[in-house]
Design a protein around this ligand. Structure first.
Ligand code: NDP
Length: 478
């Protein structure tokens, strides 16, 4: 199957004849080919978005919210197809793509439809004047997304961006184009005005870079790695494009000895290995208080070893395949590096290939202990099924270790003492933190990181602010 770009309400071929073959991570078999769009294709998509922006921007919030709900309805109708495509395209277990990817993509459209419909004009009275604040569209946006949560993250951007009156050009990861194509089919089928959402397939250099660089792009919402984010920021800066960057992470998990041990072990395993550890929020550096270190370690390893690795389309699978051969090699490199840095592998590290999937990208989950908290393995983003265990004795030393990374995206704290939980939470240099839970998301709250994990916040009203220009009108009494 060959996918097409979606430009101006039509599925169309790229101008050249360059293709990327998209492989299924679990089997290594071809799922589809995607076009490599060049700057000519990108410019066509941007022009289509630009032509559509004025009329679309003139609709009311309520009118645009109706369209968001229509997209949600269509995705809901196709939710099983979303789950299957996402599972095949990313290698993640179908139970996860059903409960997270499909479900969240639908709820993103519904959630933003609701809050945009309910968005009030804020007013500020002065003794002799009145101010009111309106949200105007920014214009034409570039939406660039990674491979780990393909439709989930694309819908997280498309819904508020078009809901606030912008038109967009999307560039999904070349590794996971299937559900982005499905979203375009949904948009096409409901008859969204042409040009409001456009999509170009391709790679970062030939497709993503010209999209960000274009003079006709007014804002860029990028989710991906920190190195790419820095290039995107550099090319967006000269034109002062509005920019949101959601980047990499190396998140800490803190386990105090007064935690509920069984609940904590399950929570920490989930946070370390969900989606094979390929979630930007995954807690891959685990700090455990000395008093329970040994028992926690034993239970953690038991639970990690009990996870079922296998066919992503099997309902009972807990861990699927890694996204690509290159990524598997990167994670294996860090597993070998852990030993060179003085660590001990408590479990995992071997190639793990269910016989029917010999050409896929498989790896048994790894738990390492004995590394220094500032080793490369425990400070660099690995983004795979590998966690490091560290012992701590007091809060001061703990905070120094936890804050000693270039990243600051998320984290979790496990303790029965909620006063302590809150105190420690507020001392960690990060954008988000959970206490006694992980990835427990309310769509109204801000999402984003500090330091090298990003710039700006999305989520709830923060998304509405990013995807609009806020304007104040001050009217003085006579
Ligand atoms: P990349 O940074 O490699 O790619 C992200 C997107 O950018 C892809 O669509 C990619 O295209 C595109 N791209 C690459 N180069 C350029 C360029 N020069 N200009 C414009 N676009 C470009 O990230 P990954 O896809 O590997 O995703 C994993 C990373 O994403 C991890 O670091 C993870 O932490 C982070 N992430 C962050 C999240 C957050 O909310 N903070 C959420 C999820 C992931 P192509 O794939 O075709 O190269």
């Amino acid at each position: 199957m060959d996918l097409k770009n979606y430009i101006g309400g039509n599925f169309s071929n790229q101008s050249g004849n360059e293709w990327i073959t998209n492989l299924e991570p679990a089997t290594g078999k071809t799922i589809c080919r995607i076009p490599i769009s060049n700057s000519e294709d990108v410019q066509r998509a941007i022009k289509s978005a630009k032509d559509a922006q004025k009329d679309w921007g003139n609709l009311s919030h309520a009118e645009r919210s109706i369209w968001l709900d229509k997209i949600a309805d269509k995705l809901e109708e196709w939710s099983e197809e979303i789950a299957e495509l996402e599972s095949r395209d990313t290698g993640k277990p179908i139970s996860l793509s059903r409960s997270v990817d499909a479900a969240r993509s639908i709820s993103n459209f519904r959630f933003f439809a609701k809050i945009i419909r309910e968005l009030d004009v804020e007013t500020f009275e002065m003794p002799d004047a009145m101010n009111y604040v309106i949200h105007k569209p920014v214009g034409v946006g570039a939406l660039i997304t990674p491979w780990n949560l393909p439709l989930y993250l694309l819908s997280w951007k498309v819904a508020p961006a078009i809901g606030m009156g912008n038109t967009v050009v999307c560039k999904p990861s070349e590794l996971t184009p299937m559900t982005a194509d499905l979203l375009m089919r949904a948009i096409n089928e409901i008859g969204l005005p042409e040009g409001v959402v456009n999509l170009v397939h391709g790679n970062g250099i030939e497709t993503g870079a010209p999209l960000v660089e274009s003079d006709d792009i007014d804002f860029v919402s990028f989710t991906g790695g920190t190195v790419t984010g820095s290039k995107v920021a550099a090319s967006a800066a000269p034109d002062f494009k509005k920019l949101s960057l959601e980047l990499g992470g190396k998140n800490s998990t803190i386990v105090f000895s007064d935690c509920d041990l069984d609940m904590t072990v399950s929570g920490v395993v989930r946070s370390g290995f969900l989606n094979q550890g390929q979630v930007c929020l995954c807690g891959s550096r685990i700090f455990v208080e000395e008093g329970i270190y040994d028992i926690f370690k034993q239970k953690l390893v038991e639970e990690v070893e009990s996870m079922k690795i296998g066919d992503p389309l099997d309902e009972n699978t807990n861990l699927g395949a890694l996204i690509s051969k290159e990524h598997l090699e990167k994670v294996q490199y860090y597993s070998d590096l852990a030993i060179k840095e003085g660590g001990v592998l408590l479990t995992g590290g071997d190639p793990c290939m269910p016989t029917e999937f010999l050409q896929g990208n498989w790896m048994a989950p790894v738990v390492v202990e004995g590394l220094s908290h500032d080793s490369r393995c425990s400070t660099e983003e690995i983004f795979g099924p590998l966690v490091t265990l560290h012992k701590f004795t007091n809060e001061d030393k703990l905070l120094k270790m936890v804050n000693n990374t270039r990243y600051g995206l998320a984290g979790s704290i496990w303790t029965e003492d909620l006063v302590k939980g809150r105190r420690i939470a507020e001392l960690i240099h990060t954008g988000m933190i959970w206490v006694n839970t992980w990835l427990h998301r309310d769509l109204r709250v801000p999402f984003g990181g500090v330091k090298d994990s990003g710039v700006g916040r999305e989520g709830g009203k923060w998304s509405l602010n990013f995807f609009s220009e806020v304007m104040n009108v001050c009217i003085k009494d006579k």
